[in-house]
Design a protein around this ligand. Structure first.
Ligand SMILES: NC(=O)c1ccc[n+]([C@@H]2O[C@H](COP(=O)([O-])OP(=O)(O)OC[C@H]3O[C@@H](n4cnc5c(N)ncnc54)[C@H](O)[C@@H]3O)[C@@H](O)[C@H]2O)c1
Length: 268
């Protein structure tokens, strides 16, 4: 029980990898509040976890709205009197590949607002509470696409690269308060965000063939790394970005060549 007595706020915890992170933190003894924009997932996920005797609270809200974010952080304090862990997991991707030259401004704002401004607002909301408690751990969920650009996904890649920069900047500013800030840079994980990709015939096997470890990542893989970064096992690690990608980026050239081939398929 590496997180016994600790409390966490997880954004986008109603589904996908965020739901897995909520489960992983709870399994190690944390009490977890998740902030989720989809009302059905708030109720369903909270009920599922409570039925398994986990201390989980689901709150409906949007990470881009200051009032929602503040209310979620304050609810953690009201329920448990402390806030130790923030996981900035909520994120959106681009349903269609669009080159930067053609990108509509509202699509740019949507990606930057959720993937970058949301984590900033959540960080601002939790920092005073973490200082009060003597420290904390903030985990930003980024992507290997922050470092390896994929044609047509520029706005997503840029939002995640900026989130990596937010990690570094926050780590420097918050280190003196014993608040650690790290990124989890994810490769290919199967979730609601990208399920449409895996529905294409042969796509799963093709992608698995490109990953040195031979499989797509799971919510459990993601949760294990989040637990490590949230716990005292990582208490001298801050300002880091840890890749969890089964070796995909290490496969380098093969990855780039395959991505170039993927492009027409994504646009279709
Ligand atoms: N799945 C992958 O392969 C992959 C790869 C790299 C990075 N990531 C990142 O991991 C994170 C989780 O992705 P996922 O695959 O589980 O996605 P997902 O779409 O399955 O889950 C995202 C969750 O965030 C919620 N959400 C979206 N906008 C929100 C908002 N404004 N306020 C509150 N909640 C909101 C969604 O409702 C959903 O529950 C994202 O930041 C994503 O960019 C995922």
């Amino acid at each position: 029980m590496r997180l016994a007595g600790k409390t966490a706020l997880v954004t986008g915890g109603g589904n996908g990898l965020g739901r897995g992170i909520v489960e992983g933190l709870c399994a190690e003894g944390a009490s977890v509040l998740f902030l989720e924009i989809e009302n059905d997932w708030v109720r369903q996920t909270e009920a599922d976890f409570r039925a398994r005797s986990m201390t989980v609270i689901g709150v409906h809200g949007d990470v881009t709205k200051v009032a929602d974010v503040k209310a979620a952080a304050e609810r953690c304090m009201a329920e448990w009197g402390r806030l130790d862990i923030l996981v900035n997991n909520a994120g959106v991707s681009m349903p269609l590949a669009i080159d930067l030259a053609d990108l509509p401004l509202d699509e740019w704002h949507r990606l930057i607002n959720v993937n970058l401004t949301g984590p900033l607002l959540c960080t601002q909301a939790v920092v005073p509470l973490m200082k009060q408690g003597g420290g904390g751990s903030i985990i930003n969920i980024t992507s290997i696409s922050a470092r390896s650009c994929y044609p047509g996904a520029g706005a997503y890649s840029i939002s995640k690269a900026a989130l990596e920069a937010l990690t570094l900047q926050s780590a420097v500013e918050l280190g003196p308060f014993n608040i650690r800030v790290n990124s989890m840079s994810l490769g290919w994980f199967r979730s609601a965000l990208n399920e449409h990709v895996y529905q294409k015939p042969g796509e799963l096997a093709r992608r698995e063939g490109m990953i040195p470890l031979g499989r797509i990542g799971s919510a459990e893989d993601c949760a294990r790394l989040a637990v490590f970064l949230a716990s005292d096992d990582s208490n001298y690690i801050t300002g880091e970005s840890i890749e969890s990608d089964g070796g995909l980026l290490a496969a380098g050239l093969k990855y780039s060549v395959e991505l170039a081939r993927l492009r027409p398929a994504t646009k279709a």
